[in-house]
Design a binder for this molecule. Structure first.
Ligand code: GRF
Length: 200
C-alpha cells in the first residue's frame, strides 16, 4: 500500500473527496490527517473514517524529529496538501522528494504566491475582470505555489463574477481532478517504475 498523509487546515472538502475516492483502493491508502487547526474539517473526517488525525503547533511542525517520528510511525510515503497554508520546511522536501503535492485555486503562476490563498485568490480574479480561472495541481518545493505542475484545468466565468461564485466553480474542478491526478502520479512514480525493468 502507498500510504498518503493529508495536510489540511480549512473546511476539508478536498480531504473528504480524497478520502472517499481512495477508501477501497487496492494500492493507495489515506493513512493519516495532519492539521494545525483544531477547527479543521479533517478532525471530523478522522473520526468518521477511523483515520488517525494529528494537531500540531508551529514549533512541532518545524521540528524534524517530531514530524519524522510521526511519518515513520504511520509509514507515510506521500503527502497531499489540501488547504494547508504553512510553508513546507526543507526537511520535509528532503524526505519526500517530489512526493508532496498541493492544489491551488487559480491557474498558476497567476494569482499565486505568498498571501494568495482562499477568497483572496477569488477576489483578485474577480477584480481582474478575466473570463476564466481554474485550479492547479503541482509538486511542492521550497517556495509558495511554485513546483512543477501536474495538471491545470480552467473554467469559464462571467467577468467580474462574485468571489463566492468563482470559488464554487473552482472547488467543483478541484473535487473532480485532485484525486485522479494523485492516483495517476502515484501509479507513475511508485507502481510503473520497477528498477528491475531497467536494462543493465
Ligand atoms: C481549496 O480551494 C484549495 O485549492 C486551497 O484551499 C482550499 C481548501 O478547501 N489550497 P477545502 O478545505 O478542501 O474545502
Amino acid at each position: 500500500m502507498i500510504q498518503v498523509a493529508i495536510f489540511a487546515s480549512g473546511g476539508g472538502s478536498n480531504a473528504q473527496v480524497l478520502t472517499e475516492y481512495f477508501k477501497d483502493h487496492r494500492q493507495i491508502k489515506i493513512a493519516a490527517f495532519f492539521t494545525n487547526k483544531p477547527s479543521s474539517g479533517v478532525i471530523h473526517l478522522g473520526k468518521k473514517y477511523q483515520i488517525p488525525c494529528f494537531i500540531f503547533n508551529k514549533e512541532e511542525f518545524n521540528n524534524d524529529k517530531f514530524m519524522i517520528k510521526l511519518f515513520t510511525k504511520y509509514a507515510i510515503d506521500f503527502i497531499a496538501l489540501a488547504g494547508f497554508l504553512w510553508l513546507i520546511p526543507p526537511f520535509f522536501l528532503q524526505r519526500f522528494d517530489r512526493k508532496i503535492v498541493n492544489i491551488h485555486p487559480s491557474l498558476l503562476p497567476k494569482f499565486g504566491g505568498k498571501g494568495m490563498y482562499g477568497m483572496k485568490v477569488h477576489s483578485a480574479v474577480s477584480d481582474s475582470g478575466l473570463d476564466h480561472t481554474g485550479c492547479t495541481i503541482h509538486l511542492v518545493n521550497e517556495a509558495y505555489d511554485d513546483g512543477d505542475i501536474l495538471l491545470q484545468k480552467s473554467v469559464q466565468i462571467k467577468p467580474k463574477s462574485s468571489p463566492d461564485t468563482i470559488a464554487k466553480a473552482v472547488l467543483k474542478l478541484e473535487h473532480t481532478y485532485y484525486a485522479p491526478t494523485i492516483e495517476n502520479y502515484l501509479q507513475k512514480i511508485f507502481i510503473e517504475y520497477q528498477p528491475n525493468n531497467i536494462l543493465k
